[in-house]
Design a protein around this ligand. Sequence first.
Ligand SMILES: Nc1ncnc2c1ncn2[C@@H]1O[C@H](COP(=O)(O)OP(=O)(O)OP(=O)(O)O)[C@@H](O)[C@H]1O
Ligand SMILES: [Mg+2]
Length: 258
Amino acid sequence: MTIIEVAHLTQRFGATLALDDVSLMAHEGRTLGIVGESGSGKSTLVRAVLGLQRPDSGTLHVLGRPVDMGRRMPRDLRRAVQLVPQDPKHTLNPARTVRSSLWFHMAAQGIPRSERQSRAADVLAMVALTPEYLHAYPNELSGGLAQRIAIARALLGDPKILVCDEAVSALDKGVQAQVLNVLSDLQRERRLSIVFVSHDLAVVEHMSDEITVLRSGRVVESGPTTDILRDPADPYTAELLAARHATSRPETEQSCVL
Ligand SMILES: Nc1ncnc2c1ncn2[C@@H]1O[C@H](COP(=O)(O)OP(=O)(O)OP(=O)(O)O)[C@@H](O)[C@H]1O
Ligand SMILES: [Mg+2]
């Protein structure tokens, strides 16, 4: 089933064409990777998919329903599509405990008070954390822990789709691998769909069933990950591949305390 369908999105910022006729589809229970260099339009695309910004033209369907981008999405769709941001330390309020942040998020999603304690414990368990972290403040958390809390927060409303915008880019390789494993396990166990956005092709390749390559706001290539990597049709993808070979792949087997 197609869970997100974007068609012919165009977005201009002054002289910059941030998105140029971008179309893509994400499917239920699968990961769509979106890769491209800095400034290629990835976050602009993410904002449109989350309904946070109205592009100049184009259409968006989420779970088969048309979405009026730039207007607040209906609550059930807002619950269904959740963002895992790049830097959770910026999105977790430093003045609030984890508990307070999670409660705030649940209140916004209309989750009844009586369910919040058990829901919080559930989502922490999904990211392999114990409820003791409810009492922590963001500045007491490592980057990896903060990112797990951000994933837990995104899971509170039982979403269908996680949109991860450079969600592991700020983390060291070992910690990155841990967080990627948390995401892969979640996807397998809960049939989540993931839109995984990164400038790092090695990470995108590791996570994604399908890849869309963006360059200067245009889709230069899209298809199954294996096909794209075996035989990149666009010179830009070949360049990204060459750059990827210059760096190491994320190590997934190692286990370490975050
Ligand atoms: N609100 C805005 N106002 C003006 N220009 C913008 C705005 N948002 C994005 N841009 C421009 O649009 C282009 C695409 O930006 P975007 O943030 O989508 O790229 P990105 O692929 O997410 O980059 P990065 O990897 O650095 O996060 C860039 O040239 C950027 O400067
Ligand atoms: Mg970005």
